[in-house]
Design a binder for this molecule. Structure first.
Ligand SMILES: Nc1nc2c(ncn2[C@@H]2O[C@H](COP(=O)(O)OP(=O)(O)OP(=O)(O)O)[C@@H](O)[C@H]2O)c(=O)[nH]1
Ligand SMILES: [Mg+2]
Length: 493
């Protein structure tokens, strides 16, 4: 039996079907034998709403996914018409020739099936390969385009625009995005409607079209109104298009179905936000209960703070044998973790690893980090971990100090730790520099170099804390003398 592939859809005109992306022949020859009609399959991952949006976009340019498992039914040649009445039996000839060339017999399975199956599998593989693991979570890899903005005369921003964009690219990578390009603009005054100038908007639009960009990221905290406006302007026509087929399937009788679906989509988004907020609140409550329990056993708490990727988790792991995820990626840590550290002299303290800071930390994100921030504000000592090998180390220190200032934790003693000294171009000079400074220790969390000095410095600083606030005089009766050992462990003499 020869096979004819006939695209039948109520959604596309034949001009769409013959787009180069349509992967089957479209020449017509009505003299060939019976056509087979197949239904179109939406190639979607049901767990991924983005996937759905992507598919509908693709359909709009005529990328169709045949699926014989959905419907592969033989129909009469006369049936082979699309909605416009065109005969769609013509591709049989091309397929027949292929069969002849392959020497297939009447009973052989039609090669079209194999081709389609292979294409389907390849497409599925391509789609699946876009899911990447980030921080133990699977994220859908999207194409992103970055836009940097430098406000003329802005002296507050110590990071250069290119450095800032480089960091943004790392952040995008953490979020699972592939950066396909970037641009920047120096602005005297922002455009109230589009923020950047109209020429830049046009440039970004061309890049979006050329690279098939799915997400544009601004290296700025855009006002909520501006973002909402841009998103709605972008999504609304697409959302409407996405759902108009329902109206057509209903014979145009159900008016406004598209609009109803937009409402549904919005509600789903709102529900997702509510769920996320609840999860964050649970983390906060859990940490609070944990802190309350801790207060009843007053072990000093030392919090590791610092710029993202400075090596905080590596230090915690090194000192406590914990297995907190530490990797060369921004925001590897998202929840605070506390472990007990026993020093060589038997003294103990609790060490908390926190979420890293970053320049331009958006205020909304700060709210999401509340668990970390509350943890910091209730610490006995803050250890500021710095990646001293980083070319922007000084700017990163400033950025962290700025956040700490906002947190109003000036009264908590601080210890500065210059980490990754092994990676620095001149480690000896760095160590020499650190020695000259007060409250600064040089370490390599990776190799363990300087960790004894670090623990001694922590102990010294904790004395400061004890002297400042919680000096306790206690008379211990002989009958509970067994408590002296744990008390000595907890107290700084
Ligand atoms: N060479 C060298 N690399 C280090 C050192 N300490 C940490 N690193 C590396 O730096 C990268 C980041 O380390 P993390 O411990 O995840 O950094 P972090 O401060 O916890 O980062 P966030 O959780 O993202 O804030 C990892 O690849 C570590 O292996 C060090 O002393 N020397
Ligand atoms: Mg970390």
């Amino acid at each position: 039996m020869s096979t004819c592939l006939f695209c039948s859809t109520t959604r596309f005109s034949s001009s769409l079907i013959s787009e180069p992306n349509c992967r089957w022949p479209t020449t017509t020859n009505p003299n060939t034998s019976r056509p087979v009609q197949f239904a179109l399959r939406k190639h979607v991952n049901r767990n991924n709403s983005r996937g759905i949006a992507r598919v509908f976009q693709e359909e709009a340019v005529g990328v169709l996914f045949p699926d014989e498992s959905v419907s592969l039914r033989e129909i009469d040649a006369g049936e082979g018409r699309d909605v416009d009445g065109r005969v769609g039996g013509g591709v049989a000839e091309a397929v027949e020739e292929t069969e002849g060339a392959l020497g297939l017999t009447k009973d052989s399975p039609p090669p079209g099936r194999y081709v389609r199956k292979r294409e389907e599998n390849a497409e599925e593989d391509r789609f699946e390969s876009r899911f990447k693991l980030r921080n133990g979570k699977e994220v859908f890899e999207e194409k992103a385009y970055l836009v940097g903005i430098e406000r003329k005369g802005d002296t507050m921003d110590t990071f250069g625009i290119e450095e800032s964009l480089k960091e943004l690219a790392q952040l995008a990578d953490t979020a699972g995005l592939i950066v396909v390009g970037s641009t920047y603009q120096k602005l005297a005054t922002p455009n109230p409607r589009t923020y950047i100038g109209s020429g830049k908007v046009a440039e970004i639009k061309s890049a979006v079209d050329a690279f098939g960009v799915e997400t544009v990221i601004f290296d700025e905290e855009l006002s909520a109104g501006l973002v909402a406006l841009a998103r709605m302007e972008y999504q609304l026509p697409r959302l409407t298009k996405m759902w108009t087929h329902l109206e057509r399937q209903a014979g145009g009788r159900v008016k406004g179905m598209g609009e109803k679906q937009i409402e549904v989509d919005k509600r789903i988004l709102r529900d997702q936000i509510v769920v996320l907020k609840k999860e964050l609140e649970t983390v906060r409550k859990h940490r609070k209960q944990y802190r309350n329990r801790r207060v009843s056993v007053p072990v000093p708490v030392v919090s590791l703070v610092g710029y993202t990727n400075a090596g905080k988790s590596t230090l915690l792991n090194r000192l406590t044998g914990a297995k907190v995820l530490a990797e060369d990626r921004l925001f590897a840590t998202l929840d605070p973790t506390t472990r007990r550290v026993q020093m060589k002299n038997g003294k103990v303290f609790l060490l908390t690893d926190t979420v890293g800071f970053i320049q331009k930390l958006p205020t909304k994100l700060v709210a999401a980090f509340r668990a970390t921030l509350e943890e910091i504000s209730e610490s006995s000592l803050l250890v500021h971990v710095v990646d001293i090998s980083h070319p922007m180390a000084e700017q990163q220190i400033d950025a962290v100090d700025k956040v700490l200032l906002e947190l109003d934790v000036a009264s908590i003693p601080k210890l500065m730790v210059w980490n990754k000294v092994d990676k620095a171009s001149d480690p000896l000079r760095i160590k020499f520099e650190a020695e000259k400074r007060e409250d600064t220790v040089c370490i390599s969390a990776l190799s363990g170099d300087g960790l004894d000095e670090f623990c001694n410095a922590v102990q010294e600083k904790l004395k400061e804390y004890t002297e400042n606030g919680t000096l306790v005089r206690a008379f211990v009766p002989l009958r509970i003398a067994r408590l002296l050992t744990p008390m000595r462990q907890l107290c700084i003499p």
